[in-house]
Ligand binder design. Structure first.
Ligand code: RP5
Length: 164
């Protein structure tokens, strides 16, 4: 456990790690402390309860939860904490083109929101989590501004190349 972690990244299975690593990578790039682990809603419900119930007291500010199939992990975590939860629908091997994961995470009933990113879009989940933290942290805000400046510069560079 990383006690200074501000963002918790969890996933339903180790098979989601390949996708969820994109969230970790962008947080590393932005120099934001995170913790990452596996918590299965249906295989380890007690672990899920413990993780979500202790998250805020452990210093986490945002939770990113990725899962595939009947992907109830993000919604269940959101039901157990007041922290913002970002859901990453993962296209698992038995999926119906990922729609199972997308709709399971996206279609939360009123009262328990999960901010859902696109299929397999763990990188955007990491960025969104950083943006939430940036509302109370000027240095993270500045790093996000720099990140976006670099993105824009890459487009300008490619436009220039096409012109030549
Ligand atoms: C979900 O089922 C996981 O989030 C994963 O995306 C999918 C398949 O899990 P494994 O059978 O590979 O463990 O619980």
């Amino acid at each position: 456990m990383n006690l200074s972690a501000k963002i918790g990244i969890i996933m339903g299975s180790q098979s989601d790690l390949n996708i969820m690593n994109d969230a970790a990578a962008v947080l590393q790039e932005l120099d934001i402390a995170y913790e990452i682990t596996v918590v299965s809603a249906h295989r380890t419900p007690d672990r899920l309860f413990d993780y979500a119930k202790t998250a805020s007291a452990r210093g986490l500010k945002v939770i990113i939860a990725g899962a595939g199939g009947a992907a109830h992990l993000p919604g269940m975590v959101a039901s157990l904490t007041h922290l913002p939860v970002i859901g990453v629908p993962v296209k698992s091997s038995n999926s119906i083109d990922g729609w199972d994961s997308v709709l399971s995470i996206l279609q939360m009933p009123n009262g328990i929101p999960v901010a859902t990113v696109a299929l397999n879009a763990a990188k955007n989940a990491g960025l969104l989590a950083a943006q939430i933290l940036s509302t109370a942290d000027e240095s993270i805000a500045q790093r996000l501004i720099d990140y976006k400046t670099i993105l824009a510069q890459k487009v300008e560079d490619s436009a220039l190349q096409m012109k030549q």
